[in-house]
Design a protein around this ligand. Structure first.
Ligand SMILES: Nc1ncnc2c1ncn2[C@@H]1O[C@H](COP(=O)(O)OP(=O)(O)OP(=O)(O)O)[C@@H](O)[C@H]1O
Ligand SMILES: [Mg+2]
Length: 254
C-alpha cells in the first residue's frame, strides 16, 4: 500500500519559558492510500494540534511529516499554500460555505484557483455532487439547505480537487445523531467509491466506529490503536468504548 502520510517522531511545544505545553510528544504513524482513520482522545490530548501540523497551519517543533513522500518542513510559505491547495481537502465542524454563492459555486470554488475550463469544472462538479447526494441542491443557496446537506456540500467542495488526503476536525460536531450517521455513511462512500484517504478527528465513538482504524491520543502521545479488520461496525463501536473507558479523562461516551 502506498503511504500518503508519514508522521515521524513529531513533537510540538506551545509557549516559552515556564509555561511550555507539550501538545504532541514523539508521535509516529502512517496512513496508507485509501485508508479511513480517526483520531480520538480527551479534550486537550493534542488532536487538533496534530491535524494542524499535518495541514501546515502550524509547524512542528521537531520530527518530520511527509505527504506522498515529500517533507513539509523547510518549505517556503508559497510552496506550502500550493501544497494545501493541490494535495489536501479540509472539512470543518462549521461548514464554511459562503452565503452569497450557490451551493454549486461553493463546491467549485477550489477549482477556480486551478483555472480549469468550464466543461471540466462541470464534469468534476457533477462527479462529487452525485457521490455526496447534493446534485439537486446545486442552484440553491446554503441557507436553503439542511445542516446535513450543507455538510455534504462542504465535503463535495473538499473532494473536488481529488486531494491526496482529506482532513476533518469534528466534522459531525454541529450535526444531530441522524445527520452524523448520514455524514459518516457518506465518508464511507467517499472512501470506498472515490478512494479518498481520510483522517478525521472526533470525540464520538459512533463516528470512530465507521472508520477502519482509530488512533487514541493521551497527553500528546499515541496511547492505543484499534483496527477494524473484519469486525462489524457494532463490534468496532464496543471496542472503542472499552478503550475510551480504559483511557479515562473527559472523553465523551454517547
Ligand atoms: N495556540 C496554542 N497556544 C498554546 N497552547 C495551545 C495552543 N493550541 C493548543 N494548545 C494546548 O495544546 C494542548 C493540545 O490542544 P489541542 O487543541 O490539540 O487539543 P484537542 O485534543 O484538539 O482538544 P479538544 O478535544 O478540546 O478540541 C492543550 O493543552 C492546549 O491547551
Ligand atoms: Mg480540538
Amino acid at each position: 500500500m502506498k503511504e500518503i502520510l508519514q508522521v515521524k517522531h513529531v513533537t510540538k511545544y506551545y509557549g516559552t519559558g515556564s509555561v511550555v505545553t507539550k501538545a504532541l510528544n514523539d508521535i509516529s504513524f502512517s496512513v496508507g492510500q485509501g485508508e479511513f482513520t480517526a483520531i480520538m482522545g480527551a479534550s486537550g490530548s493534542g488532536k487538533s494540534t496534530l491535524l494542524n501540523v499535518i495541514s501546515t497551519i502550524d509547524r512542528v517543533s521537531s520530527g518530520e511529516i511527509f505527504v506522498e513522500g515529500i517533507p513539509l518542513s523547510g518549505q517556503k510559505e508559497n510552496r506550502l499554500s500550493a501544497f494545501r491547495r493541490d494535495k489536501l481537502g479540509f472539512i470543518f465542524q462549521e461548514y464554511n460555505l459562503l452565503d452569497t454563492l450557490t451551493v454549486g459555486e461553493n463546491i467549485t470554488l477550489p477549482l477556480n484557483l486551478k483555472k480549469l475550463d468550464h466543461q471540466k469544472t462541470k464534469r468534476e462538479l457533477h462527479r462529487v455532487a452525485e457521490a455526496l447526494g447534493v446534485l439537486d441542491q446545486l442552484s440553491k443557496f446554503p441557507y436553503e439547505l439542511s445542516g446535513g446537506q450543507r455538510q455534504r456540500a462542504a465535503c463535495a467542495r473538499a473532494l473536488i480537487t481529488s486531494p491526496a488526503l482529506v482532513l476533518a476536525d469534528e466534522p459531525t460536531g454541529a450535526l444531530d445523531s441522524t445527520n452524523s450517521r448520514i455524514l459518516m455513511e457518506t465518508f464511507v462512500r467517499m472512501n470506498q467509491t472515490l478512494g479518498s484517504t481520510i483522517l478525521t478527528v472526533t470525540h464520538d465513538a459512533v463516528v470512530g466506529s465507521y472508520t477502519g482504524r482509530v488512533l487514541f491520543l493521551k497527553d500528546g502521545k499515541i496511547w492505543s490503536e484499534v483496527v477494524r479488520g473484519e469486525r462489524s461496525r457494532k463490534a468496532m463501536y464496543q471496542e472503542i468504548l472499552s478503550v475510551m473507558a480504559a483511557l479515562g479523562g473527559d472523553t465523551d461516551v454517547h
